[in-house]
Ligand binder design. Structure first.
Ligand code: NAD
Ligand code: IPM
Ligand code: MN
Length: 348
């Protein structure tokens, strides 16, 4: 059966890394013989320019009827004062798709500790899966924006915590069997509910998984001090946003980090975790690996093609090991040169 993919290049480096993702996807489709339709739609700042809104109805309809959606990145100074910002379009899309679990794997590949800003002995063996709650919390609470006071409401229900915690526990079972749940339960009511709901689910269904709780400020420190001690890190929306940018640098660059946003079922939204990087946009400098590894996640989670996913992951590692890369990982390739090298390493 034909699978339907929607591509949303977006803004800044978004179209550059989306092009790289598309080149790799096309190469895999040719080799494996997948039956795919891929259509591109306007989204983000680009859609504000063309349609007057960041998440046009036709884009929304296409996403809702797709098997998987790939997004480059959105935002940029041009739209920072738009009545509806590109970022608001992204939140609306995550909500419309109900992709409540955002998986952000952070791996220091074997033999590549040299790319990390940490000492090699600290970077060695880092393999963390951040499971970030994506459709609740401060991002989606009532917002009041006055001239002199402002308010962002943070709300979580037990059911919202349980469904994302379940994804974390299930993921841990297929990995090293440990979940670190991160909150601010010494201050926040939502965090106390979070901790309670995670404990209850663990007690009832996942006693085989090791569970620990960590306050978010301490976690920020531990990620630098002993990152290899962590397996699955489960946390709420805002903490996950911040901790994942921090953790991404352990492997050398935010440009390397992919993500998958999943709900119930196999449909997913796939995007590198970085933004539109206006400082390097349009110069062929963007690292395409976060986007390319997001395609691997798409193949694994939404298209049931684990072998193709693995082939991409191996090609990326081999390419970096062979000294290829963009400037952010001390290489001298352009986005396109790096991408072509990775494609050249895909098996027949
Ligand atoms: P950013 O992630 O765009 O950039 C942070 C730093 O990382 C910059 O120095 C940038 O050059 C570098 N960087 C990012 N991606 C890179 C890549 N692929 N290769 C090499 N270097 C890379 O974060 P920012 O500058 O804070 O945000 C810029 C815009 O992007 C804002 O409008 C923000 O809202 C938006 N944003 C969008 C997303 C998304 O679409 N998912 C995510 C984060 C930020
Ligand atoms: C991310 C981004 C988004 C977020 C922004 C652009 C809304 O930073 O995907 O990490 O905060 O979720
Ligand atoms: Mn972010």
């Amino acid at each position: 059966m034909r699978s339907k993919l929607v591509f949303l290049p977006g803004d800044g480096v978004g179209p550059e890394v989306a092009e790289a993702a598309r080149i790799v996807l096309d190469a895999v489709v040719n080799k494996v013989g997948l039956d795919l339709s891929v259509e591109t739609f306007a989204f983000g700042g680009a859609a504000i320019d063309s349609h007057g809104t960041p998440f046009p109805d036709e884009t929304r309809d296409a996403c809702l009827s797709a098997d998987a959606i790939f997004l480059g990145a959105v935002g940029g100074p041009k739209w920072d004062n738009a009545p509806i910002r590109p970022e608001a379009g992204l939140l609306a899309m995550r909500k419309a798709l109900d992709v409540y679990a955002n998986l952000r794997p952070i791996t220091v590949f074997e033999g590549m500790t040299g790319l990390s800003p940490l000492k090699p002995e600290l970077a060695e063996g880092v393999d963390i899966l951040i499971v970030r709650e994506l459709t609740g919390g401060l991002y989606f609470g009532e917002r009041i924006e006055g001239a002199d006071t402002a308010q962002d409401k943070c709300e979580y229900s037990r059911a919202e915590v349980v469904r994302v915690a379940r994804i974390a526990f299930e993921a841990a079972r297929g990995r090293r069997g440990k979940v670190t749940s991160v909150d601010k339960a010494n201050v926040l009511a939502t965090s106390r509910l979070w901790r309670n709901a995670v404990n209850e689910l663990h007690q009832n269904e996942y006693q085989d998984v090791q569970l620990e709780h960590m306050l978010v400020d301490a976690m920020a420190m531990k990620l630098i001090q002993c990152p290899s001690a962590y397996d699955v890190v489960l946390t709420e929306n805002l903490f996950g946003d911040i901790l994942s940018d921090e953790a991404s640098v352990l492997s050398g660059s935010i440009g390397l980090a992919p993500s998958a946003s999943l709900g119930n079922g196999t449909r997913g939204l796939y995007e590198p975790i970085h933004g539109s990087a206006p400082d390097i946009a349009g110069q062929g400098k963007a690292n395409p690996v976060g986007a390319i590894l997001s395609v691997a996640m798409l193949l694994r989670h939404s298209l049931e093609q684990p072998e193709a996913a693995q082939a991409i992951e191996q090609a990326v590692q081999q390419s970096i090991k062979a000294g290829h890369g963009t400037a952010d990982i001390k290489g001298s390739d352009s986005t396109r040169q790096f991408t072509d090298h990775i494609v050249g390493l895909l098996p027949d």
